[in-house]
Write a protein that binds this ligand. Structure first.
Ligand code: MG
Length: 257
């Protein structure tokens, strides 16, 4: 009995996922279900991962020279900025958010898992890109590491796995091009149009205009709450020194007007 109690947390960890969580609507899968199918691997080209310059009109929120556009996220116990080294921003201490607020648009983010980083499941290679500070696209080591599908690289965390696994090895720069449409709410605060998202990972479309169920939560079903149309972009510190470079946002312009 005592042994079983001692072993049970380890067993849960080894399974890397959960089956005591709610069923996601429209699926047969629990939140963070270890049995949910893994996205098929696709070989992404490295060439596509060279830095993509910001188009004119985009706001460059990290240019490799300064972290002035960022601040520690609310609630940090010992707020600190991330390390700036060799043109990269390295996650440490707390989540970081932009000083500026952004809404619907094209978000370009380049990230790298440091070479030689020891990774297992959700540990070692974890960060995240949070649109409007609350809708997470998972950053994860997914080339040599596996974890529950809705927590893998490019997942809408806790909701929708990527259609494909386009991860490159540790030590390689990777890119996310995220087209995000913010939700809208009525005067009573009820969601009218849920957020939608398209994610291109290393040139491969892995999320194609997918409806987001609500703000990211762990082990629970998400639920919308009214929020401003624009909020800061947030990058997650999950205990791992994930590197970032060349981050820009081109807010959506209405077409045909
Ligand atoms: Mg994460």
């Amino acid at each position: 009995m005592r042994l079983a109690l001692l072993l049970s947390p380890l067993a849960a960890f080894a399974a890397d996922g959960f089956t005591d969580t709610p069923i996601l609507p429209g699926t047969q899968w629990h939140v963070h279900d270890p049995a949910r199918p893994q996205p098929a691997k696709v070989a992404a080209g490295k060439a596509i991962c060279q830095t993509t310059p910001a188009p004119s009109g985009a706001v460059v929120v990290f240019d490799g020279k300064s972290v002035d556009g960022w601040q520690p996220a609310d609630g940090a116990k010992k707020p600190q900025l991330w390390e700036l080294k060799d043109g990269t921003m390295i996650a440490r201490g707390n989540d970081l958010r932009t000083k500026a607020a952004f809404g619907s648009g094209h978000y370009h983010v380049e990230w790298r898992i440091p070479a030689g980083r020891k990774v297992k499941g959700q540990s070692g290679g974890n960060s995240g890109v949070y649109l409007l500070s609350m809708y997470e696209i998972q950053v994860m080591e997914g080339f040599a590491n596996s974890t529950y599908a809705d927590g893998s690289a490019g997942a809408i965390y806790g909701q929708t796995p990527p259609a494909l696994n386009a991860c490159l090895p540790q030590g390689e720069w990777q890119s996310y091009d995220i087209i995000f449409t913010a939700p809208t709410f009525d005067a009573s605060g009820n969601v009218v149009n849920k957020a939608r998202i398209t994610v291109v990972h290393n040139g491969v479309t892995i999320q194609d205009n997918i409806e987001i169920l609500g703000p990211t939560v762990w082990r629970k079903l998400p639920a919308y709450k009214v929020h401003p149309e624009k909020l800061p972009l947030l990058l997650q510190f999950h205990g791992d020194p994930i590197e970032f470079r060349n981050i820009w946002v081109a807010e959506t312009k209405a077409s045909g007007k």
